[in-house]
Design a protein around this ligand. Structure first.
Ligand code: G2I
Length: 464
């Protein structure tokens, strides 16, 4: 039984893919040695397809003000399969006066995204910022009913169209206290307002995933631990919560920390999905590429990390434009960081925009698949074997990237040249790179489980 990734853009929606395969099911079977996880037969040449090959999404924030710009829309439509309205579903945009709702901006984003085959994350229902003055002026009883009405009206308007909602955004304070952030909701309704918001949200649209979303919770720290404790409490008491959004706004003063993956893992272990919701990393060149690669590689290594959204399409419209934090420059050209992200997702960089990459004369078109199987297990370790198979054309060389699961280590490999970058093992052909069309070879490695028996996942197979 082999997992079949979508072979073409938009052929299978993420929801359909997840339904058909069940990302969780595939991994459970894989860890029992019953299923082979494969890299795509034709490695993807855009971010959305590359992410879809492992059952994930890759999204962007979209703003209605730019949709009329052809390059903006074309880049978004080509690269992403999830969209978050940057401002259009916030309280000040949707209910600037009490009980009078305006869905025009949000509807425009949903229509554009849906037409382009993207799903939509709803952002955001309850947030202290971009909150109209009339809300802050209410007394507790009125505020509670206004909050309930706001959640219910938005979620019912968009029922069936939203993959996940950021139900509550940024409710915890920065700094070491782990305290709640003062806000009209916190100050007048007390700690219970978050639980109340989630319960109201579940009743309004039982089909949407419900997320808590925040920044500076990316690594293990007092703020993320406070959120962790809230989610743990919610799960133990049956308060409906499905996901935690890690915004991911980084710069050299606030870099991606070495415990990033570990932090995602501890949340996932509570039984929630983890999503990177507003990723942007200030910088340029290889330093920026390295930071993005760390984030994407960590998400790929965590089974319940089911998607990444970058906070905008192009540097020129970023909320932190001085920091050039995104994947496309002001002329919609791919920056070096783009290739790093695509590769970390398992795609193949190098294609021209719009080039499907399957021109037989195209040197980047050689394809291979890599299939994992566990061959032996004993004591504290197991052996994994990867079968590398050429696609429809002969190949002269291959490289396979395999993601391990912390704290696994690899003491031995055979039939390939190994190198390591964090939790990623890269194996290059070593005298066994030349394969005729459809021919295969194998390489292997021993994994010290260190308590984690999850099957390593093939992240990519690239060939020349
Ligand atoms: O601040 C970055 C993000 C942090 N997490 C929550 C996100 O919702 C937030 O997004 C930003 C938007 O990217 C900005 O575009 O939220 C800002 C407001 O808090 C947005 O900025 C606002 C400006 O402050 C307004 O002056 C402007 O009218 O954007 C509005 C629409 O362009």
């Amino acid at each position: 039984m082999t997992e079949q990734p979508p072979s073409g853009r938009r052929r299978l929606s993420i929801r359909a893919l997840r339904g058909a395969l069940g990302v969780g099911l595939a991994s459970v079977l894989a860890s029992a040695g019953l299923v082979a996880l494969s890299a795509p037969a034709q490695a993807a040449d855009n971010l959305g397809d590359a992410a879809a090959a492992s059952g994930r999404y890759f999204g962007t924030a979209l703003a209605t003000g730019h949709l009329g710009e052809q390059d903006y829309a074309a880049t978004a439509d080509r690269e992403f399969n999830m969209a978050t309205p940057e401002n259009e579903m916030k309280w000040d945009a949707t209910e600037s006066s009490r009980g009078s709702f305006n869905f025009s901006g949000g509807d425009q984003i949903v229509q554009h995204a849906t037409a382009a085959g993207m799903q939509v994350r709803g952002h955001t229902l309850v947030w202290y910022s971009q909150l109209p003055g009339w809300v802050s002026g209410l007394g507790a009883t009125d505020l509670q009913s206004a909050m309930d009405n706001h959640i219910t009206t938005l979620m019912q308007h968009y029922a069936g169209e939203i993959y996940a909602w950021d139900v509550v955004n940024e409710a915890f304070q920065d700094g070491g206290s782990g305290a709640r952030r003062p806000s009209p909701f916190q100050d007048k309704l007390g700690d219970g307002y978050i639980e109340h918001a989630f319960r109201t949200a579940r009743a309004a649209d039982p089909g949407a995933k419900l997320c808590y979303n925040d920044y500076n919770i990316d690594g293990v720290n007092a703020k993320s631990t406070a959120v962790y404790n809230m989610v743990k409490d919610f799960k133990s008491r049956g308060v409906p919560i499905d996901c935690v959004g890690f915004q991911g706004h980084f710069n050299p003063q606030s870099p991606v920390t070495s415990d990033y993956q570990q932090n995602l893992e501890r949340f996932a272990a509570l039984g929630v999905d983890v999503q990177i919701t507003e990723l942007d990393i200030e910088g340029s060149g290889s330093a920026q590429a390295d930071s993005y690669r760390k984030v994407v590689t960590a998400c790929m290594a965590v089974e319940r990390c089911n998607g990444i959204t970058v906070w905008g399409v192009t540097d020129k419209y970023s909320w932190r434009s001085g920091g050039t934090p995104l994947l496309f420059d002001g002329n919609y050209q791919k920056k070096p960081v783009y290739d790093a992200v695509l590769q970390a997702l398992g795609g193949t960089p190098g294609g021209d925009p719009g080039d499907p990459g399957d021109d037989p004369g195209d040197p980047g078109s050689a394809a291979c698949t890599a299939t994992y199987a566990e061959t032996q297990r004993w004591g504290d370790r197991f052996n994994g074997q990867i079968t590398v198979r050429a696609g429809d054309s002969a190949i002269s060389d291959w490289t396979v990237r395999v993601t391990l699961h912390s704290p696994q280590t690899v003491p031995t490999t055979w039939n390939g040249q190994a190198s390591y970058d964090g939790s990623v093992l890269t194996m290059r052909a070593n005298g066994n790179g030349s394969l005729g069309a459809g021919q295969s070879t194998t390489f292997g490695f021993t994994v010290m489980a260190n308590g984690n028996w999850s099957a390593p996942a093939v992240a990519s197979c690239t060939a020349t």
